[in-house]
Design a binder for this molecule. Structure first.
Ligand code: GRF
Length: 217
């Protein structure tokens, strides 16, 4: 049985589209049962509808600071569709600790940096200002702290001397689109387990790749 997934978005939805694309494969262990946006103007909604995925809008704005009120409505929508796993994909609304606790181990997020470096806003600018030579993207389980939680998967890119936040963001986005479906696959197949603050992957292949940048010949 495929695991039933809800993708939560607020905007463009390119990670959402990557997840929908991957889940279309017959052997993918999860199905995208619904895309929910907290904004009616999220561009991703149309993309989802065009892919034939059910969409729902649950506007968060009318709830103002009443996070629990918004979450009650969201939870009802998730229950109604029998959702087992949540993927946050550019979802720009913070949750209460209660909601996060309820979904602990079943809710993933993606962030465009190698966490725990550069959480929060403008991770690409943060990486450039820090002068790191490698950056990337992280899929992690959601905990109450923003952009933190057991790390499921990471992918790295080199950071060039002439990089701009936009150029770096574009390359990292390519990595995001690869790792998010893979991380969801691991979770849906029960191939990850939580050990305290850490996420371990069952039967992960041993790898000894290294990435060194800059290289000078
Ligand atoms: C992505 O960079 C993701 O890592 C971050 O927000 C952005 C959302 O982009 N959490 P998209 O809506 O998936 O295109």
């Amino acid at each position: 049985m495929k695991r039933r997934v809800a993708i939560l978005i607020s905007g463009r939805g390119s990670n959402m589209a990557a997840l929908i694309r991957a889940a279309a494969a017959p052997d993918f262990p999860a199905e995208i049962a619904v895309v929910i946006s907290n904004r009616a103007d999220a561009a991703g909604l149309q993309k989802a509808a065009e892919s034939g995925v059910a969409v729902e809008v649950i506007e968060s704005k009318p709830f103002g600071k009443d996070r629990a009120g918004f979450e009650a409505k969201l939870q009802a929508a998730l229950d109604a569709r029998g959702i087992e796993l949540i993927c946050l994909a550019g979802f720009m609304r913070l949750f209460t600790a209660e909601f996060v606790q309820r979904w602990y181990g079943r809710m993933l997020n993606i962030h465009p940096s190698l966490l725990p470096s550069f959480p929060g806003l403008d991770p690409h600018g943060q990486a450039l200002r820090a002068g790191v030579k490698l950056s990337g993207a992280t899929v992690h389980f959601v905990i109450p702290e923003t952009d933190a939680g057991p790390i499921v998967m990471q992918g790295a890119v080199v950071v060039r001397d002439d990089d701009t936040p936009d150029a770096l963001s574009e390359r990292i986005l390519g990595v995001e689109h690869r790792i998010y479906p893979e991380a969801l696959k691991l979770l849906a197949r029960d191939q990850v387990r939580l050990e305290g603050d850490l996420c371990r992957t069952k039967a992960a292949e041993q790898a000894d790749q290294v990435m060194i940048w800059p290289m000078v010949s």
